[in-house]
Design a protein around this ligand. Structure first.
Ligand code: NAP
Ligand code: MN
Length: 254
């Protein structure tokens, strides 16, 4: 089945109509999801299909400025239509990151392609970071971000995190406005860890926070703990230039 999802601006709507009129109805079990807009549109589509990822391939059509994951444009729609109808396309597979959040008396699991954020809003929060069971540091500040390699070019980059090759299984921890004093001391530099390390962040007492997974945000009144998990879930994004990670970065940033 082919689904076309679009952002709500004029160009995206027009491109989505053009694509829809050219793709045949198909009863194939494979879910091909065309996302017209940008990375934000792909992120939304991924979260809408978070329980069907095994069977889904996402095609990004860029209608705005960035589109780091979106390879197709109005200029190569013929290639897109050909890929969709012939089922011949190259894909890049990205690992999702999973987290187990204990808050408001419950345990919940979340997934992200880019990152998780714990943010405090206008006050500061105290987070104890435990790595492989060791109390590594006590953070006080506005928050912490846990990015995937795929997300390393997103918010992580704005926080001076490193760009990570998405073929590496890693998670990167960055700090948002840390207070460093006699009472609170954090490492200060972004840390890139193997995804199979034990990474747990706890508050000394239940605290209100905003928790984000990619573009989505939840407010918790009594956050207690976040545990990072190497997820088994993966997302497949069709790409014109399947493995050219460097070209992708060059096109977006240089
Ligand atoms: P948004 O506020 O509309 O987009 C933020 C920008 O980040 C857009 O230009 C988006 O591209 C781009 N982007 C998203 N994922 C990216 C990636 N993996 N590599 C490079 N650029 C990426 O929000 P959104 O479109 O819903 O996307 C949510 C993501 O935006 C978050 O997961 C976070 O990574 C990023 N973000 C960045 C900042 C920051 O840098 N200060 C702040 C908030 C969020 P498109 O224009 O193609 O959508
Ligand atoms: Mn966006």
């Amino acid at each position: 089945m082919i689904k076309v999802i679009h952002k709500d601006d004029e160009l995206s709507i027009r491109l989505a109509q053009k694509i829809s009129s050219r793709v045949p109805d198909s009863s194939n079990d494979q879910l091909l999801i065309v996302c017209v807009g940008g990375d934000g549109t792909i992120l939304r589509a991924i979260h809408e299909h978070i329980n069907e990822l095994d069977n889904a391939v996402f095609f990004g059509v860029k209608s705005g400025h960035l589109g780091f994951f979106a390879d197709y444009t109005e200029d190569n729609l013929d290639d897109l239509i050909h890929a969709l109808t012939s089922a011949q396309y190259a894909i890049t597979t990205y690992d999702l990151l999973e987290s187990c959040v204990t808050a408001d008396g419950k345990e919940r699991h979340y997934f992200c392609l880019n990152e998780f954020q714990i943010l405090s809003g206008s006050r500061t929060i105290h987070l104890d970071v435990e790595l492989d069971g060791l109390l590594f540091e006590s953070f006080r500040g506005n928050g912490m971000v846990f990015s995937t390699p795929a997300g390393s070019t997103g918010l992580n980059k704005s926080l001076d995190g490193a760009i990570i090759d998405p073929s590496i299984e890693a998670v990167q921890i960055t700090e948002v406005a840390p207070i460093n004093s006699n009472a609170y001391r954090t490492i200060g530099s972004p840390m890139v860890l193997n995804i199979h390390r034990s990474i747990v962040v706890k508050t000394p007492e239940p605290t209100p926070i905003e928790f984000s997974f990619d573009h989505e945000m939840k407010t918790f009144q009594a956050f207690e703990q976040l545990r990072i998990i190497a997820s088994k879930r993966k997302v497949k994004i069709a790409q014109i230039d399947a493995v050219n990670f460097f070209e992708r970065i060059k096109k977006a940033f240089l």
